[in-house]
Design a protein around this ligand. Structure first.
Ligand code: ADP
Ligand code: MG
Length: 683
């Protein structure tokens, strides 16, 4: 932290029995402040009672009935069947799981209020698993809607409601937004908003509450997003306090690399290089994410960054998630840089003998650029002067692995690359502690990839497409069905696909590559494919990332409906890398489920990875994108990145302002929203 405000006092712990505290802790409730921001999932209207004979309908209702009988049945499955009635009629309450105390509460003669949806069952009106409680003869109805809180087994909603009610009465509801800011943002006060959401006044419209666009909800969501932004922003500033080598080029290595290329940089690449080059020359560590759709040309940008480090007298490391990809990078970088006198070394996990590894580790100490897999971060690999750590396909690595690479040097600069385009709001939200550069332009001369959807029973057509491509001198990938459940089955399927195609394509050379091959076997196959010695490469998703064979113009994906969207997009991106017209054939097996149909439609209609990612986010939520990042980054409980995108933008700016001008408010805000979880973030 740059400036130190007085640490905000911790919120008092919840006063409750030890047993209750344990249950509360399970759902993250430790302090009074936690209770205050534990908001209802939804509300139920228990302000009135509906007679049983008028209770049918889609809306849940409250009835008040007297229990007439209570019996446990064992067939067809264990259940408690309670028959009850009011003056207007009879109803059955059915429970498939219940505690003894619930059974006791529902004994004959008890008067209860039950809340739920009423359906017509075999015995007439029926409620399945209603929420219920005992009712006194003339107990008044609540005047307010009942908030229903997220909870855990054995923790009753009413208990939570009581605790939260107490916290509302005595707890700290003080404002943490500066008043002028709050007014500028047109947000209601915090105390008012929390009271409203925990205890909405009678007559509040249920639909607005449930839709979560009421101003009170917006206020809470804003505060939540703001806490996240503050936290990430603070981590960002803290990093700036650390020193890093100033990497200023001392010769024209970068320029010579550019001169030797058969192409010129795109505008986006030039801009990216300017940003990265500027960062590297700073005395604090860069932490920049270079995002670009598949084929956008991230590798050359990384190579130029490495040149800057090398010509400043430092080493660069380039880590990739798979052997195949790492080796491709190695070969390409060697090709580019060795003629310019740069020492490039290769380090991979498959290097067997200890002696061999040691020798390579020694090379790592001397080489100017070291390329490899996670072997780079093993013990015994020591860099003499690591100035820049480059991580390709960064989302494939965990936080710990990226950290380990950083530890190989003394705060080296970090360049992370990703072809999984992260939608803007998500990037702003979960990656706010990184600087982000986007390559938003593909190199010129690429022919757009044509995508076809073909039903399973038209496979013969696809075989025809492949033959044609090969006759024209091109090559094809044939990606096997994904079988996530079993690696053995996956392997078997790959082998079967290979056998089938081997027969179909007599006269052509067919190769097979899958994850179970030894690393050197994999590389041999890939090298043969790259050299044009294999016409059709049958592959599992091992070829998903980064592989670059410009002569390959056709990508066939079997059982495309089983793949995720970003996976399909990545796979498709393996073609269209040269000047040839390329296409991607998605073979699907019907009947398709709704989500699968939607996915295939998206990939069929879109070529822009960002647009695909945005739509994917809508279908699936952020989990997948955030991936390895998740640990350490507070997930949002209330805000929705799609729906509340504007709040994320607002919060980002406000966070900056608060950290410079209202540090004590920022501290209190963080305490309230993140509490003890904040510590996690900083570790
Ligand atoms: P990705 O961003 O997916 O990692 P690569 O760096 O592998 O993309 O680049 C894809 C292909 O485009 C490579 O063959 C690369 O040499 C080529 N390339 C990169 N930049 C340009 C450019 N400005 N003009 C033409 N080709 C380029
Ligand atoms: Mg790449």
């Amino acid at each position: 932290m740059t400036t130190s405000g007085a640490p905000a006092p911790a919120s008092p712990p919840i006063r409750a029995s030890e047993a209750l505290q344990k249950k509360l802790a399970k759902i993250g409730l430790h302090s009074e402040a936690d209770l205050l921001v534990h908001l209802p999932l939804r509300y139920e209207d228990e302000t009135c009672i509906t007679p049983v004979n008028r209770s049918f309908g889609n809306e849940p209702v409250q009835i008040e009935v007297v229990v007439q009988s209570n019996e446990i049945q064992f067939r067809p499955r264990r259940q408690m069947i309670v028959r009850a009635a009011d003056e207007s009629g009879e109803i059955t309450l059915r429970f498939f799981s219940f505690y003894p105390n619930q059974q006791a509460a529902l004994s004959e003669g008890s008067r209860i209020r039950a809340f739920g949806e009423v359906r017509g069952g075999f015995f007439g009106a029926e409620m399945v698993h209603p929420r219920f409680r005992k009712a006194g003869d003339d107990e008044p109805l609540p005047a307010e809607l009942t908030p229903i809180y997220p909870t855990t087994a054995g923790l009753a909603n009413s208990a939570l409601q009581k605790l939260i009610g107490k916290a509302l009465a005595v707890g700290d509801l003080s404002e943490t937004l500066p008043e002028d800011l709050r007014q500028r943002l047109k947000l209601p006060g915090l105390a008012r908003s929390l009271r409203f959401l925990h205890t909405p006044p009678p007559g509040t419209d249920l639909d607005t509450l449930h839709a979560r666009n009421h101003p009170a909800w917006r206020r809470v969501k804003f505060d939540e997003v703001l806490a996240q932004q503050l936290s990430l922003r603070r981590a960002y500033l803290a990093r700036r306090e650390q020193g890093a080598p100033v990497l200023v080029a001392r010769d024209d290595l970068g320029a010579r690399l550019l001169d030797s290329l058969p192409f010129g940089l795109t505008g986006a690449q030039v801009r990216a290089m300017a940003e990265i080059g500027g960062d590297l020359a700073q005395p604090y560590p860069m932490q920049r994410l270079l995002q670009g759709d598949v084929g956008a040309g991230k590798t050359i940008v990384a190579a130029l960054a490495a040149c800057q480090a090398i010509s400043a007298g430092w080493q660069a490391a380039f880590m990739a998630p798979t052997e195949i990809l790492a080796e491709q990078h190695y070969l390409k970088l060697k090709d580019w840089l060795e003629p310019l006198g740069v020492k490039v070394a290769w380090l991979s996990g498959s290097l067997k003998t200890k002696a061999k590894r040691e020798q390579l580790a020694a090379t790592a100490a001397e080489a100017q650029l070291v390329v490899g897999t996670h072997a780079l971060i093993q013990d015994g690999v020591d860099f003499a002067r690591l100035g820049l750590a480059i991580v390709d396909e960064q989302h494939r690595f965990g936080v710990a692995q990226r950290l380990a690479l950083r530890k190989k040097g003394d705060n080296p600069h970090q360049l992370m690359m990703s072809a999984t385009p992260i939608p803007r709001t998500l990037a702003m939200s979960y990656y706010a502690d990184l600087d982000v550069t986007v390559l938003d332009e593909l190199p010129p001369g690429r022919t757009p990839i044509k995508t076809r959807l073909v039903a399973d029973n038209r496979r013969d057509d696809v075989v025809g497409f492949v033959r044609k491509a090969v006759e024209e001198g091109r090559q094809a990938y044939w990606v096997c069905p994904l079988i996530e459940e079993s690696e053995v089955l996956q392997l078997q399927t790959a082998q079967e696909t290979y056998d089938f195609l081997f027969e179909q394509f007599s006269g052509l050379t067919v190769g097979l590559v899958h994850g179970r091959l030894k690393a050197d076997e994999k590389q041999a196959v890939m090298a043969a494919f790259a050299a044009g010695e294999i016409d059709v490469l049958v592959a599992t998703t091992v070829i998903e990332v980064g592989v670059d064979v410009p002569n390959a113009s056709l990508m066939v994906i079997e059982h495309a409906e089983r793949f995720g969207l970003s996976q399909l997009h990545q796979l498709r991106g393996r073609v269209g890398r040269g000047q040839y017209e390329s296409s991607c054939v998605l073979i699907y097996a019907g009947p398709l489920g709704e989500v699968a149909r939607q996915r295939l439609k998206i990939i069929f209609e879109n070529t822009d990875g960002f647009e695909i990612a945005r739509q994917d986010l809508q279908i699936r939520g952020p989990g997948e994108f955030v991936g390895a990042r998740q640990s350490g980054v507070p997930l949002l409980r209330y805000a929705d990145l799609e729906m509340d995108a504007d709040l994320v933008e607002m919060a980002r700016n406000v966070a900056e302002e608060m950290l410079t001008e209202h540090l004590d408010l920022a501290e209190r805000h963080l305490k309230r929203w993140l509490g003890s979880r904040e510590e996690l973030l900083r570790s």
